[in-house]
Design a protein around this ligand. Structure first.
Ligand SMILES: C[S@@+](CC[C@H](N)C(=O)[O-])C[C@H]1O[C@@H](n2cnc3c(N)ncnc32)[C@H](O)[C@@H]1O
Length: 111
C-alpha cells in the first residue's frame, strides 16, 4: 500500500510529506527510507510518537522523519509548507490540512 500511494503521489526527495495520524510511524519511516522526502508525522498519542522516533532511529532516517504531537485538523504550520498530505488509515482528513499544502497537493488523487 505504501508503495502504491507513494507512486501515485510521485513522492521524491524534494517533497515535504505530512503524515496525518502517523501512529507508530510505519509509513513515515518507509517513505523516508524508500523515497527520501522529509516527513513530519503528527499524532495525538505521545507513546506512539516515541515509538515512531525509535523506529526512525533504528532505520537510520531520523534526520528525515520527525514526529510531533498535534491534531491534524488544527496544525500550526505555515501555508504552503507541505507538498503531500499522507493519511493512511488516519480517518477522514477532509479538507482540514489543505491550508498547509503547496500547489502540488492534488497529486495521487483519483480522477
Ligand atoms: C488507525 S491509526 C493509523 C496509524 C498509521 N497511519 C498507520 O497506517 O499505521 C490512526 C491514527 O490516527 C491518530 N489520530 C486520529 N485522529 C487524529 C487527529 N485529529 N490528529 C492527529 N492524529 C489523529 C490516532 O491516534 C492513530 O494513531
Amino acid at each position: 500500500m505504501n508503495r502504491e500511494l507513494a507512486d501515485r503521489a510521485e513522492i521524491g526527495a524534494d517533497d515535504h510529506v505530512l503524515d496525518c495520524g502517523c501512529g507508530v510511524g510505519g509509513s513515515s519511516v518507509w517513505l523516508a527510507a524508500e523515497r527520501d522526502p522529509t516527513v513530519t508525522g503528527v499524532d495525538l498519542v505521545p507513546l506512539q510518537l516515541q515509538e515512531a522516533r525509535e523506529l526512525a532511529a533504528e532505520r537510520g532516517v531520523a534526520d528525515r522523519a520527525a514526529f510531533a504531537r498535534g491534531d491534524f485538523t488544527d496544525l500550526p504550520l505555515p501555508a504552503d509548507s507541505v507538498d503531500v498530505v499522507w493519511g493512511h488509515r488516519g480517518g477522514s482528513l477532509g479538507q482540514s490540512a489543505s491550508p498547509v499544502v503547496g500547489p502540488r497537493r492534488e497529486r495521487g488523487r483519483p480522477a
